[in-house]
Design a binder for this molecule. Structure first.
Ligand code: ADP
Ligand code: 5GP
Length: 201
């Protein structure tokens, strides 16, 4: 008897410099009828105004985070701006086994690690700001960081933008509506491809 091929979902990974608009875009994707499941990351960073535990992140102490690393409960993790961020493994793998598509909003290093471990399932999308001036304005409009922290985020942004060619797709988030339509088109197109067929790259 031929063994049954289990369905496998896709992992859509959206990366963007901090402040570029990836949370805004991902929230729109999740509200749309795309059958995408969000992976909620864990972090040691304190919540920003309006963020909720379990929805935006699972906020936890460094001790709890390190316990999860040691117990191998994370798919990947990285340090950003002095805090730890990671993707819980169990929830993502459970969804993939059921053939569900998962949305990860993570940084460039995390994206490369996920692709290394799940080369057939991963679709990498990089969201670019229209300019560094506009990125600075968006970081300021969020009122979450000091001027010094914003300068640091802009420095890291330049390093991340330099990695955009490693991604399958690049979307410029200039006008929100147009950027969202491009992102949605990519997800629909890739969702129709067979995860069992190795991707060309
Ligand atoms: P990220 O998750 O990438 O750090 P956010 O989604 O929090 O970024 O967006 C940062 C700020 O930029 C927010 O105030 C958001 O409303 C705003 N923003 C997002 N996309 C656009 C856009 N296309 N045009 C103008 N402002 C935007
Ligand atoms: P912020 O503090 O602005 O929410 O996130 C800072 C950076 O951490 C962003 O680049 C964001 O994509 C990244 N990030 C959020 N969650 C994860 C995660 O689970 N893993 C990794 N590697 N990066 C993450």
């Amino acid at each position: 008897m031929t063994p049954k091929t289990l369905p496998e979902g896709k992992i859509f990974i959206v990366s963007a410099p901090s402040g570029c608009g990836k949370t805004t875009l991902c929230k729109k994707l999740l509200k749309d009828k795309l059958k995408l499941h969000q992976s909620v990351s864990i972090t040691t960073r304190p919540p920003r105004r309006g963020e909720h535990n379990g929805a935006d992140y699972f906020f936890m102490s460094a001790e709890e985070f390190i316990r999860m690393i040691d117990a191998k409960e994370l798919l990947e993790y990285e340090e950003n701006f002095g805090f730890l961020y990671g993707t819980p493994k169990k929830a993502v793998e459970k969804l993939l086994r059921k053939g569900r598509d998962v949305l990860l909003s993570i940084d460039v290093k995390g994206a490369m690690n996920v692709r290394k471990n799940y080369p057939r399932n991963s679709v990498l999308i990089f969201v670019m700001p229209p300019s560094m001036e506009e990125l600075k304005k968006r970081l300021e409009s969020r009122e979450a960081d000091t001027a010094k922290a914003i300068l640091n985020r802009l420095k890291v942004a330049k390093q991340e933008i330099a990695c955009r060619d490693k991604y399958d797709y690049v979307v410029v988030n200039d006008r929100l509506g147009a950027a969202y339509r491009k992102l949605k088109d990519i997800i629909i197109l890739e969702g129709e491809k067979d995860a069992a067929v190795p991707r060309d790259r």
